[in-house]
Design a protein around this ligand. Structure first.
Ligand SMILES: [Fe+2]
Length: 236
């Protein structure tokens, strides 16, 4: 854990996960796409505007930003390919915390029945490379955990977990609260799955190389690291 993730990231996960309630709803969906499309999609801050136009993008203002240093670095070769350096490089791919403002956060009755984690009206995002995503789309009242499990080159199982922050007391409709949010995932994550399946379906050896924006430098850095990892001897 300490080699794969930065101390800041572990601290953020530790702090937020302390607030998780113990009642959890889980489902598994089967997708016809490669697991690597999922981490690329999640690190593309411009995708909600286009993929979630009528859903998530209406309430959360995701704002793609360009990190000039990273953007420049992503265009050059990875020079130091020692195991130590490759492990350090990997830590840059996982990060988390407040991601985007929610200007008009909607309140529901069950919000008063749980101990909210934090106090900001923001979308929290934790991206744990390679295949785990945790988010709170309501400023810390509940959380979703998405685990992408590679099955074959064109198949990925997606385990989706839902839980609120810790309940102040148990209440009769708590499972209904989780089910409603699971239904929300069916729509929003369903939009991601649809687009990833479409991308997967068009891939072939002669397919054109996609154009990535400067705001996607993390995806470029992952690609640089991953191809190095595949092409070299190392102890990772
Ligand atoms: Fe998405």
């Amino acid at each position: 854990m300490e080699e794969q993730f930065s101390a800041d990231f572990i601290e953020s996960l530790e702090n937020s996960s302390d607030a998780y309630d113990t009642e959890v709803m889980v489902t598994t969906w089967e997708g016809k796409y490669n697991w690597k499309l999922a981490y690329e999609n999640l690190r593309d801050a411009n995708h909600p505007r286009f993929v979630h136009t009528k859903t998530l993008a209406k309430s959360v203002k995701f704002n793609p930003t360009v990190n000039i240093t990273q953007a420049h670095e992503s265009l050059s070769e990875l020079m130091n390919i020692s195991s130590e350096s490759l492990k350090n490089e990997m830590q840059n791919f996982s990060y988390g915390g407040p991601d985007a403002p929610i200007p008009d956060l909607k309140h529901f009755g069950w919000h008063d029945l749980v101990e909210r984690w934090g106090s900001q009206d923001v979308y929290y995002n934790w991206l744990a490379y390679p295949n785990l995503h945790i988010a709170s789309a309501n400023g810390g009242y509940s959380f979703t955990l998405e685990h992408h499990i590679p099955i074959s080159p064109e198949r990925t199982d997606l385990e989706i977990y839902w839980f609120t922050s810790r309940k102040k007391q148990s209440y009769a409709f708590s499972s209904q609260t989780l089910l409603a949010q699971m239904h929300g995932s069916k729509i929003i994550v369903g939009e991601d799955i649809e687009i990833m399946e479409q991308v997967q379906a068009t891939l072939h050896p002669g397919a054109p190389i996609p154009t990535q924006g400067a705001y996607e430098s993390i995806n470029r850095l992952v690609e640089r690291w991953y191809t190095t990892l595949m092409d070299t001897q190392h102890s990772i």
